[in-house]
Design a protein around this ligand. Structure first.
Ligand SMILES: [Zn+2]
Length: 108
């Protein structure tokens, strides 16, 4: 299997688009409880949500249980160690999608 390590990790502007193009292999049922004061200080309670393949990269999405902000990490090197020419550190943070209340989850 050929995996292009560079230039494939750009995220679509909306979470909907990312999920639509993702082959999901694992999904946890999460229930957001509503925004909490802690999120205002950028302290999200992130819970593992979705793992899957997007653009030949393994991504892991974690969602804040309070405000539904979604963190996207590239975990390709964690899940497939043979793909690891140590270009970047493993578990690479790719970006965030804001909570559902703010403009429909825009890529930050
Ligand atoms: Zn939050």
């Amino acid at each position: 299997m050929q995996i292009n390590l560079r230039g494939t990790t750009a995220l679509p502007p909306r979470l909907d688009a990312l999920l639509a193009g993702m082959r999901v292999t694992e999904r946890q049922q999460l229930v957001a409880l509503g925004a909490a004061a802690s999120c205002a200080a950028d302290e999200h309670r992130l819970a593992r949500w979705i793992t899957g393949v997007y653009n030949a990269r393994w991504l892991r999405l974690a969602m804040c249980l309070d405000c539904e902000t979604v963190e996207v990490r590239d975990v390709t090197r964690e899940l497939i160690p043979t793909v690891s020419p140590s270009v970047n550190s493993p578990d690479e943070l790719l970006g965030w999608y804001s909570g559902s209340r703010v403009n429909g989850r825009t890529h930050l």
